[in-house]
Ligand binder design. Structure first.
Ligand code: 4AD
Ligand code: MG
Length: 440
């Protein structure tokens, strides 16, 4: 007897074979002489139909764990290629249908299943999401591998505040043996808000680097697009002098990953299929913020936040711009210099004082990526207050073989929201963390 995953059994290449499958019951349908039920093991969206004798339906409840041995047969039904004629059914773990929060044949909303973070992977919707998330991770790594980027494990604990936005979680040990007056690292240490500065270190020796890991922000927001712990894909490209070099990488990565996901997870993606447009056209129009602000000011829509030059774009503005451009991804470039962190490159010859920064805005989400050219000119960097003390190592990078470089960060959860049309960011991460919530 060969043990098969459900996805393997469903391929139909093992007809007539004696096999064993293990999984969880997804549906039960008693008929006069036979009992039909479906088993799923997370390997794919589809479940395997099992044909059994009719005496088991008391224990075979939605959610119970089973092991079935039998013969794989061609199914008479169009919907499934094969079914398993059971010879032996072993109930490994019972599941009380009264207490179990998910009911057979009911369609539960993402909002409902979110209340059960420890159980929601047992629904079709969330297990599909997790398979897509896993495949999208592979897609992103393979994009960078194909394009010759080196993956860097940037640290999670760091003493720098890359974005300077005051959203840091501080790290200190706790426990009976620890003296609270002592400072473990001798300097304040934080959970990383971005791996960018560490990637910039590496961009002094590698022409292309990237990192893909968790980042942390003490963002006191209950919004549908903010988490306190989220995954970020960050790339840094050396010898690059124009924003277009960066937007090209962003566009390529977006397109290539999305195509990969659609090709490898078609069935799962279909479950979410609301406004997925396979070849998502990322507009390469050079849209700068002055232009964007013009559009906002000309619109008849009332905005809660000001739209003057010098004000940052808010979610409402981002969503409006995306819609205005025909509901496609849009780049906005050249932000007011004063809005951007210390590392952003000064567009010195711009009439309004701008920085060479770019955001990618996408339908349904707003800001998906933020990036910039980095200030590589030592004298200009020095002029920025306080750097000499706290970031002398960063200035060193400009002393020894400095090259023009730039990079960006993509919020991985927002990417999933965008390609799947999921409204709430909490529904695209296995265990969401946000203010006043750290379950499990
Ligand atoms: O725009 P951000 O803050 O850019 C940076 O951190 C740069 N240092 C990245 C770089 O150039 N290497 O963040 C990048 C992206 C945002 O566009 C957004 O998609 C996502 O990270 N993001 C969040 N996603 C979920 N929850 C939050 N609280 C997020 N904050 C940012
Ligand atoms: Mg940003």
């Amino acid at each position: 007897t060969r043990k098969l995953r459900i996805s393997e059994a469903l391929l139909g290449s093992e007809l007539g074979a004696n096999v064993k499958v293990q999984g969880w019951v997804r549906s039960v349908r008693p008929q006069k002489t036979n009992l039909f039920f479906h088993v799923n093991d997370g390997s794919c969206l589809q479940s395997l139909q099992i044909v059994a004798g009719s005496d088991l339906d008391e224990l075979l409840t939605f959610g119970s764990a089973v092991e079935v041995t039998g013969i794989l047969k061609k199914s008479p039904h169009q919907k499934q290629p094969v079914e398993l004629e059971a010879e032996q059914i072993h109930i490994i773990g019972e599941c009380n249908p009264v207490d179990f929060p998910f009911k057979i044949k009911e369609r539960h909303s993402l909002e409902y299943i979110r209340q059960f973070p420890h159980l929601r992977c047992r629904t079709n919707a969330f297990s599909s999401l997790l398979r897509i998330r896993s495949e999208a991770t592979t897609a992103i790594h393979s994009y960078f591998k194909k394009n010759g980027f080196v993956q860097i494990h940037t640290p999670i604990i760091t003493s720098n505040d890359c974005e300077g936005a005051g959203e840091l979680f501080q790290v200190e040990p706790s426990g009976p043996d620890y003296d609270e007056n002592e400072n473990f690292f001798s300097v304040p240490a934080f959970l990383s808000v971005s791996g960018q500065l560490h990637l910039e270190v590496m961009s002094g020796a590698f022409s292309g680097v990237y990192t893909f890991g968790p980042t942390f922000r003490a963002e006191n927001s209950q919004s549908r697009r903010h988490l306190a712990e989220f995954y970020m894909v960050e790339a840094e490209v050396s010898f690059t002098q124009s924003i277009e070099d960066l937007t090209k990488v962003m566009e390529d990565m977006f397109r290539s990953s999305t195509e990969h996901v659609l090709a490898h997870c078609a069935e799962d993606v279909n479950l979410f299929h609301k406004h997925v447009t396979p070849g998502h056209r990322v507009s390469l129009k050079d849209n700068n913020l002055t232009w964007a602000v013009d559009i906002l000011n000309r619109s008849s829509q009332e905005f809660a936040f000001p739209t003057d030059w010098g004000c940052d774009l808010q979610t409402e503005h981002e969503k409006y711009l995306v819609k205005h451009c025909g509901n496609i991804p849009v780049f906005v470039t050249d932000y007011p210099y004063d809005l951007k962190p210390f590392y952003a490159r000064d567009n010195q010859d711009s009439p309004e004082h701008t920085a060479a920064a770019v955001d990618l805005l996408v339908p349904g989400v707003g800001e998906l990526c933020g990036g910039s050219l980095r200030e590589e000119r030592l004298d200009l960097l020095r002029a920025r207050a306080g750097l000499e003390d706290t970031y002398s190592w960063y200035l060193d990078l400009r002393r020894f073989g400095s090259v023009p470089h730039g990079g960006f960060g993509l919020g991985f959860e927002r990417y999933l929201q965008c390609i799947l049309g999921v409204d709430n960011i909490k529904d695209v991460i296995p265990f969401p963390r946000f203010s006043h919530s750290c379950l499990l």
